[in-house]
Design a protein around this ligand. Structure first.
Ligand SMILES: [Zn+2]
Length: 247
């Protein structure tokens, strides 16, 4: 059976050298989700792939179906190299973290168009010198939401009481926010303002990172909340997180 070449836009997430001159490329595409591509002789001749085979690059790839689930990459047309990320170590570490979260949380071959757009917008915002803390908060929050892992926020996850003005605790293992009666001594204390901000942020289009403003307390508490949720759903701790926390 002859396979005709196909084309699609993709982000390059990871490159692994294979043999003497080949490269295995982890791609993220809107239509086909995560995919592994095989770039033959990519390290010998840069003619076919040019600058497209770098992490965080967005390009149109031409590919043929290979054996198993691998794509045989034929050539590429660069759209954006996201070169600006490389001028700021913190932004570069955040970009690596975002890419690693997507690689860890998505199944290979499952299409996730909105998450593809989210990751592209996250990288674009960081490249343009956006606020790293805001970028991380919005990216983690939206990813958790879009994958269906969103905890209860504005009401108690056990007695379902809607919060109005009372103290709230948060425990991802017990489903999210808890009133003091239900919480007992578990979870962390969070402000209603913080969980309100998280809920409101989800009402904005996933591509938008500009125009958000969070106070230091909200950023700190939101970080703890999102970290608890991610620890529950990630198969292992992201390697890039260690590097990020050292910066
Ligand atoms: Zn309760």
């Amino acid at each position: 059976m002859v396979h005709l070449p196909q084309r699609c836009e993709a982000l390059v997430l990871r490159l692994t050298s294979y043999g003497e001159s080949d490269v295995i490329v982890t791609l993220f595409t809107a239509d086909h989700g995560l995919q592994k591509g095989f770039a033959k002789s990519a390290r010998k001749s840069r003619k076919r792939f040019g600058a497209a085979l770098e992490p965080f690059t967005k390009a149109v790839f031409q590919w043929k179906k290979g054996r198993g689930s691998f794509w045989l990459l034929q050539d590429s047309e660069l759209i954006s190299s996201h070169l600006g990320l490389r001028s700021d170590l913190h932004h570069l570490a955040l970009a690596s973290y975002g890419v690693e979260l997507v690689s860890l949380l998505l199944e290979e071959g499952e299409p996730h168009q909105i998450i593809y757009e989210l990751l592209c917008s996250f990288l674009d915002y960081l490249e343009q010198g956006g606020d790293g803390l805001i970028a991380r908060l919005l990216f983690e929050l939206r990813l958790i939401y879009l994958l269906g892992y969103m905890p209860h926020l504005l009401h108690c996850s056990e007695c379902l009481k809607i919060f109005t003005n009372e103290p709230v605790r948060f425990d991802a293992q017990r489903g999210g926010s808890l009133c003091l009666d239900c919480a007992g001594s578990t979870g962390i204390s969070v402000d209603l303002g913080t969980i309100g901000s998280l809920a409101r942020s989800l009402k904005v289009t996933y591509r938008q990172f500009d125009g958000f403003l969070f106070g230091p307390k909200t950023l700190q508490q939101a970080g703890l909340i999102l970290n608890q949720v991610l620890q529950q759903v990630l198969p292992r701790e992201p390697k890039s997180l260690k590097f990020l926390s050292q910066l």
